[in-house]
Ligand binder design. Structure first.
Ligand code: GUN
Ligand code: FE
Length: 448
């Protein structure tokens, strides 16, 4: 783009826009024009034939539509090379066998650059406009992830993994103080490269209770409070983990209370998994306004269990979706939308469930992938849908079939489907081949 309009990032996009203004509503705006100035949506109106020359014009091709960018509330950037490699392991052996050795090896900046560049490219190609990343325990390469994310233009939360106990001897913070001080260095770096936190923000990241001493948890809780930081960790992913936490933290009332006792449950906290929790713990998460990253692909792959997300939502807990690469073998949020609905059907069959009430529709799952994730990350005023005042974080989705010929897509469209049916086909048959272009804050960050 060379024109003045393009330079100032003034856009007018025309065509079909689909989003989820509420949990149960798929809104389809056809023949619509969305104006974007300096990354922000300034007006939405019926498309007319005369468009201002001050704005660079992008039209959705016939049969394609704009959809809000996906928000991946939980992904381990460092584990990306292990996507698909997990065998028949479950969480605790998986960490030892596959995960810690790979993470440790990423202290090598050449390898880290290779891996982090790839995961950024591939998540953007899958329509992820915001991601909350776990990196490794290494400060310098975690800072490199922040630099690379800023360069690619993805909106990213950058977390250095804190672990100061029950960890491999060659992959561990030496003291609780080191966990805090090393985290501070990443916070400072993120604030240096993006002082207003427009795209890049630091996130305090105690890996999970077993690998964190009570003292380090407390220090990280203090740091998050003092600096008003986001926090992310794992909670109650699998049963042996929960039993281990009960043994290690005898003084705490429950696993959720281990974090609460360290002031780590805040409105800016993201808890991954939350599969095996008591009603009391669910109530505590709702009271603290903490959010949950639901990771169905990971929970299925590692056999962790079926998370009853509707139960969490009924209790007023904020929920978004997470790919949890590489516990999850796919970095696609769309794949997690699909599996969130499938898992919910199984939850509906479990003893003690409320049956039909446990089921997520594909529309609700798309809501989780966009607005739900925005709420979890505290970005609900900025992203997640098409509204005046929100930033333009979006993907252009094409279904890829033309005149009956399969064209680089697994989706078959015959032409008589309505937009809701087309969207459902995208959810169940689509993949990154259907993501044609991606924008973050009005900047084109990916084009197929
Ligand atoms: N619990 C502690 N660390 C991890 C991790 O890296 N992945 C998952 N899925 N769970 C964890
Ligand atoms: Fe995880």
């Amino acid at each position: 783009l060379t024109s003045a309009a393009a330079m100032s990032r003034n856009l007018v996009l025309t065509g079909t826009f689909i989003h989820t203004p509420s949990k149960t509503k798929l809104e389809v705006l056809t023949n619509t024009a969305v104006f974007v100035e300096n990354g922000v949506i300034t007006s939405i109106m019926p498309a007319t034939s005369s468009l201002p020359s001050t704005h660079h014009h992008i039209a959705s091709p016939e049969g394609s539509f704009f959809f809000p960018g996906f928000i991946d509330t939980h992904i381990h950037a460092s584990q990306y090379p292990n996507s698909g490699i997990f065998g028949t392991s479950t969480l605790l052996d998986w960490l030892k066998k596959y995960t810690f050795p790979l993470e440790r090896s990423l202290a090598d900046p050449v390898k880290a650059r290779q891996v982090y560049s790839r995961v950024l490219q591939r998540t953007l190609a899958n329509g992820t406009t915001t991601a909350s990343y776990f990196a490794t325990i290494d400060v310098d390469t975690t800072n490199l992830l922040a630099d690379l994310a800023l360069e690619t233009g993805q909106r990213a939360f950058i977390g250095r993994n804190c672990m100061d106990q029950e960890s491999p001897a060659d992959y561990v913070d030496p003291t609780p103080e080191a966990s805090v001080e090393r985290t501070q260095r990443v916070v400072e770096h993120c604030r240096k490269i993006d002082p207003e936190g427009k795209l890049i923000r630091p996130i305090v990241t105690p890996r999970f209770a077993p690998t964190c001493s009570a003292k380090s948890l407390r220090g990280l809780g203090d740091l998050a409070e003092k600096e008003d930081l986001h926090i992310q960790t794992h909670l109650s992913e699998n049963k042996p983990e929960c039993e281990w936490v009960a043994q290690l933290f005898e003084g705490s009332k429950s696993y959720a209370h281990v974090y609460d006792d360290a002031k780590l449950l805040t409105p800016k906290t993201v808890l991954a998994h939350v599969v095996h929790v008591s009603d009391e713990e669910v109530k505590l998460l709702a009271e603290r306004k903490s959010g949950v990253a639901h990771c169905p692909v990971s929970n299925n792959a590692l056999g962790s269990g079926c998370c009853g997300v509707k139960r969490l939502m009924r209790a007023g807990v904020k929920v978004g979706l997470g790919t949890d690469v590489s516990g999850g073998y796919s970095c696609s949020v769309l794949e997690n939308v699909r599996q969130a609905t499938l898992v919910s059907s199984l939850v509906a069959l479990q003893d003690g469930s409320k049956g039909e009430e446990e089921k997520l529709t594909f529309i609700e799952a798309l809501w989780l992938a966009t607005r739900g994730g925005a709420e979890v990350m505290g970005l609900e005023d900025k992203v997640g849908g098409f509204e005046v005042g929100k930033e333009f974080d979006a993907q252009l989705v094409g279904l890829g079939t033309v005149e009956g010929k399969v064209k680089d897509s697994a989706v078959d469209v015959f032409g008589w489907e309505d937009w809701e049916e087309k969207t459902a086909k995208w959810v169940y048959r689509g993949d990154e081949r259907n993501t044609l272009k991606v924008w973050v804050a009005g900047r084109e960050v990916y084009s197929k």
